[in-house]
Design a protein around this ligand. Structure first.
Ligand code: PMP
Length: 304
């Protein structure tokens, strides 16, 4: 069942256990109602060894997610920093890994149960996706991004990801790589696990953080790199659907998606239909930063 992961070790409720033993019961609120929260964090190989990117911000968001979920016990950055670093060390990773801290409602309670709270940290190898080079083909989804009136969009709660799943499965069924979801206002929100950017008139445009998106850490990295390293003007504002078809360039960003060009939206080529100069320069800046080829001016890399 564990496949190529069977030799991995997982941090599970204060112990280090084999992959196959990190289990919860079918009757937990985590399984029954998706009552759990998580983070996706990347650690990269750098010239100075493995390094976790923006660990502090990820663990702060995880703490926020737990508070909004009203968990009776909160795992703080102080609790989880060491398990996150140790999961990379213990498994002997020397290439890019995706680390997933998970905090969930254990026990046998009903939907409103505040606990007991369980915690785990896994790490699995992650290879850079081919569409980072070629660009991806995107469908504007007929599923709407969850509204903050129904599910808190800033919380990385497991249950929220059924929204992502509907959009992704529909897009794949229809022959696209992934989806772009509109929000309840009918404007662009984000992809199933990544934020959206486009270039118009040379400016880098992205929906604001009040557009029903996850407050993405990579989005903040990209905005910072645009402003402070690449001298590009950035605009955070609503984006209409028809503007998508006028964009010079478009791309997604996220911890797992990194900076991925968008080649087509709804079958219409974006710009020249291949990755443009802005997304290419951003990719270089991003990969140089996470992989340690440029100085860490902002304290964003934590050595393992
Ligand atoms: N939106 C959603 C719904 C996501 O799941 C993610 C991945 N965490 C993102 C955006 C990108 O967020 P980040 O850059 O913090 O990984």
């Amino acid at each position: 069942m564990a496949g190529d992961k069977e030799n991995l070790t997982v941090y599970f409720n204060g112990e280090w256990v084999p992959w196959a033993d990190a289990k919860v019961h079918i009757f937990t609120p985590a399984v029954k109602y998706g009552a759990g929260v998580f983070e996706g964090i990347c650690a990269y190989k750098t010239p100075d060894g493995m390094s976790v990117f923006r660990l502090k911000e990820h663990l702060a968001r995880l703490e926020y997610s737990q508070r909004v979920m009203r968990f009776e016990r909160i795992y703080t950055a102080a609790d989880l920093t060491e398990p996150v670093l140790e999961v990379v060390r213990r498994n002997g990773f020397s290439e890019t890994v995706h680390i997933r801290p998970t905090v969930y409602v254990d026990g046998i309670g009903e939907a409103g149960a505040p606990g007991p709270i369980g915690v785990a940290v896994t790490a699995v190898e992650r290879k850079r996706a081919a569409n980072t080079e070629t660009g991806c083909r995107v469908q504007v989804s007929s599923w709407q991004r969850i509204s903050d009136l129904s599910m808190p969009t800033r919380v990385k709660a497991h249950a929220n990801y059924n929204n992502s799943r509907f959009a992704t499965t529909q897009a794949r069924q229809d022959g696209y790589d992934t989806a772009l979801l509109m929000n309840a206002k009918g404007q662009v929100a984000e992809g199933p696990a990544m934020c959206f950017f486009m270039v118009r008139d040379g400016k880098v445009v992205t929906p604001s953080i009040t557009s029903s998106i996850l407050e993405s850490i990579t989005r903040d990295t990209v905005l910072t790199l645009c402003r402070e390293e690449l001298g590009l003007e950035t605009v955070e504002r609503d984006i209409d659907r028809s503007e998508l078809y006028a964009a010079e360039e478009a791309f997604f960003c996220g911890t797992a998606w990194e900076v991925t060009p968008i080649a087509e939206i709804d079958g219409l080529p974006v710009g020249a239909g291949k990755p443009g100069p802005v997304v290419r320069s951003l990719q270089t800046a991003y990969f140089d930063l996470v992989e340690g080829r440029v100085p860490d001016k902002r304290g964003w890399r934590t050595p393992v």
